[in-house]
Design a protein around this ligand. Structure first.
Ligand SMILES: [Ca+2]
Ligand SMILES: [Ca+2]
Length: 452
């Protein structure tokens, strides 16, 4: 790890440093929380979190899928800077490069105890593990889409404590919560503040929920997939309620900055609703990248407020470091901007623009304008506040705006808008030969429990 600040051994706790509780949901539909307008899905604890803090209504992730979105969040840098622009698949050899400086690394260097409970999805081979990227404590899964009870995904077992597998058949969401509350209790006993990155894999596929939660939606949601999907969200919501209750019980409420967001838009085939946006997980339309962000920090963020400032997940890197009185790395480009003034209501302005590039898709939002397109095809221009479903293409009326936005996008990425693949690269989904590290070969011999 590169040295990015002064030595911190034996430093006194800075009383202004809050604990950081960063909660991420996986593939949560924008419209699937009570506080974002769902008439059906029950999320009383997240709704309460929203009412106790602020809700950002113009907040985005830098990619419409897990890995690059999480990479941006943890590095403050756009994913093209280190080559993680697509999701890491089950047998992917890649990962977030060790040279990237994560939130956990900076915070650890500046006096924080650090923990990841939940989903990593930034590389499962040794050089890329969360334990090598600043997380002193890790319990959870390294990839995506594991079975919520067996913790297998095809021939790959995926539930870990530190760098060792943990075998049980407990429902993932509930055991992540138990691990999170235990970790908060442990960390609360220590003199230093804590950074807990609680990354639920819910409500990502596979669609599995404890029956008690599913029963709540029988008769209310006709579609069985959506029934289960809603149950997974409500289970996660109650879990978050337990975690926040633990924070409260330990007297840490006012000294803890709580942030909640989804890593990308909901997957429609799973039963998600991205209302009021159009588009799906994997799209650069709003449905893929426009996510809810909730933030609570008593004494700093006024309860029951909203901000329309434009922000994105890379901004949370900078925001958290500012809140933690920790310096930004100075040896590299940091794209993230400080979103704290927006969260605390000191400004209504956020960043000027956000650029995206995902497979064949390109997009940029600048002010109220959004330009979306596919390499090699004419882009469409939308006036977002008026046209939330991105349905009326204004590019023919405002060609000068199109030129300006294409120019901004090209100068950000340093390539032409038309460069790149004209459609998704099928090779990225191809499955290479099986795992080759000794650790992973050993795992394949563990019997596969398939009770459920
Ligand atoms: Ca995701
Ligand atoms: Ca690193």
């Amino acid at each position: 790890m590169r040295v990015i600040g002064g030595p911190v051994a034996a430093r006194q706790r800075d009383p202004g440093q809050p604990n950081i509780l960063l909660i991420v949901a996986d593939d949560l539909g924008y419209g699937d929380l009570g506080c974002t307008g769902s008439p059906v899905v029950e999320t009383p604890y997240l709704d309460r979190l929203a009412s106790e803090g602020t809700q950002a209504t113009q907040f985005y992730v830098n990619a419409p899928v897990c890995s690059p979105s999480r990479a941006s969040l943890l590095t403050g840098r756009w994913p093209h800077r280190y080559g993680i622009e697509d999701v890491l698949y089950m047998h992917d050899r890649r990962g977030l490069p060790a040279e990237e400086v994560t939130l956990a690394e900076v915070l650890q260097q500046h006096g924080y105890a650090t923990a990841l409970i939940g989903k990593w999805h930034l590389g499962k081979h040794n050089p890329f593990l969360p334990t090598r990227q600043g997380f002193q404590t890790f319990f959870g899964l390294l990839g995506g889409s594991h079975d919520y009870y067996t913790h297998w995904r095809a021939d790959y077992y995926d539930l870990w404590r530190g760098e060792s597998p943990v075998h049980n058949s407990l429902y993932t969401t509930e055991q992540l919560t138990a691990a999170a509350t235990a970790t908060i209790r442990e960390m609360a006993d220590r003199p230093e503040p804590f950074f807990l990155y609680l990354a639920y894999n819910a409500p990502h596929e596979p669609l599995q929920a404890p029956d008690a939660y599913r029963q709540r939606y029988v008769g209310r949601i006709p579609d069985e997939k959506r029934q289960t999907y809603a149950a997974m969200i409500t289970c996660m919501d109650e879990s978050i309620g337990q975690v926040l209750y633990t924070v409260e019980q330990l007297g840490l409420r006012s000294s803890t900055l709580v942030l909640f967001l989804s890593d990308n838009g909901g997957q429609l085939r799973s039963g998600a609703s991205n209302y009021p946006w159009r588009g799906d997980k994997g799209d650069l339309l709003e449905g893929g990248v426009h996510v809810p962000l909730l933030a609570r920090w008593p004494g700093h963020i006024r309860p029951g407020t909203e901000t329309e400032a434009l922000g994105c997940d890379a901004d949370l890197f900078t925001t958290i470091l500012r809140a933690a009185h920790a310096p930004l790395p100075t040896d590299r480009i940091i794209d993230g901007e400080n979103f704290l003034p927006a969260l605390t209501g000191r400004t209504r302005r956020g960043r000027e623009e956000i650029c995206w590039r995902y497979q064949h898709q390109r997009a940029i939002r600048a002010g109220d304008w959004k330009l979306v397109g596919i390499a090699g095809e004419p882009p469409a221009l939308y006036d977002l506040p008026v046209d939330r479903v991105e349905g009326t293409d204004l590019s023919g009326i405002y060609p000068e705006v199109v030129r300006e936005l294409v120019g901004k996008w090209e100068s950000f990425y340093g390539v032409r808008w038309d460069a790149g693949p004209a459609r998704p690269r099928p090779a990225s989904r191809a499955r290479p030969a099986g795992p080759t590290t000794p650790r992973l070969r050993a795992q394949r011999r563990v019997p596969v429990p398939r009770a459920r």
